[in-house]
Design a protein around this ligand. Structure first.
Ligand SMILES: [Zn+2]
Length: 168
């Protein structure tokens, strides 16, 4: 795939609609897939309103659409930062405090034994986010939990409402 920066916004949207390019291709071309998605009617990742468990003026937390475990969540900054190297100390503090709060709630609601945290935004362009991945009692401890196979997202309205209420 050529660098997508030579194409117009409309042309990129068309390529996405035709399934010719993915978010990774945008990343490779130096275009933030998250910002592109938000500015173009959720063209890449779809509407995440039903998966949103927390939102304030700076951050948004959603349940991941292709989770590595039930309860796998991701916290995004609303402002664009490429990766952790780019965020200021204030955002860094705030997102860690928020992560701790959401991890506690996910652990309790999903009855997980632990919740892992990672951030690995990489490539020419990305959008800073942290991932929270539950580890259940029947799963072995360790780094393999970061690469558990992705599964289909199954909506659990009751859990969603419970989480949202606990995070209010
Ligand atoms: Zn972005």
């Amino acid at each position: 795939m050529d660098n997508l920066k030579q194409f117009s916004n409309e042309e990129i949207v068309k390529l996405i609609k035709e399934n010719k390019i993915s978010g990774a291709d945008l990343t490779d071309s130096g275009i933030c897939p998250t910002c592109f998605n938000n500015e173009n009617d959720k063209i890449l990742f779809g509407d995440d309103t039903d998966k949103t468990i927390y939102e304030d003026e700076k951050f948004k937390c959603i349940l991941v659409g292709n989770p590595r475990a039930q309860g796998h969540a991701a916290i995004f900054t609303k402002k664009h930062f490429k990766d952790m190297f780019e965020i200021d100390d204030e955002i860094c503090k705030e997102i860690f405090v928020l992560s701790k709060r959401i991890m506690k709630v996910i652990k309790e609601v999903y009855n997980a034994e632990s919740v892992y945290l990672c951030t690995m935004c990489d490539g020419p362009m990305n959008h800073f986010h942290v991932q929270l991945i539950p580890r259940y009692s029947y799963e072995k401890r360790g780094s393999k939990n970061f690469v558990k196979p992705r599964m289909e997202y199954m909506e659990d309205k009751e859990k969603l409402e419970t989480i949202k209420n606990m995070l209010k």
